[in-house]
Design a protein around this ligand. Sequence first.
Ligand SMILES: [Zn+2]
Length: 61
Amino acid sequence: MKEKACKICHLIVTGQTCPNCKSSALSTEYSGVVIIFDANNSQIAEKLQIKNKGKYALRVR
Ligand SMILES: [Zn+2]
């Protein structure tokens, strides 16, 4: 299944809705993937305002 990125929280998802924010605003047009292991101690997570660990897109169109 093709991976999509959530337009709201940038989480990479494979289903129809984002398990993180329950949004169905998903896009296949994204670039840059970052994997967050520890959202509390990551500067990238802080910059992207990520609260949970997971795989995220840097940019979503
Ligand atoms: Zn989301």
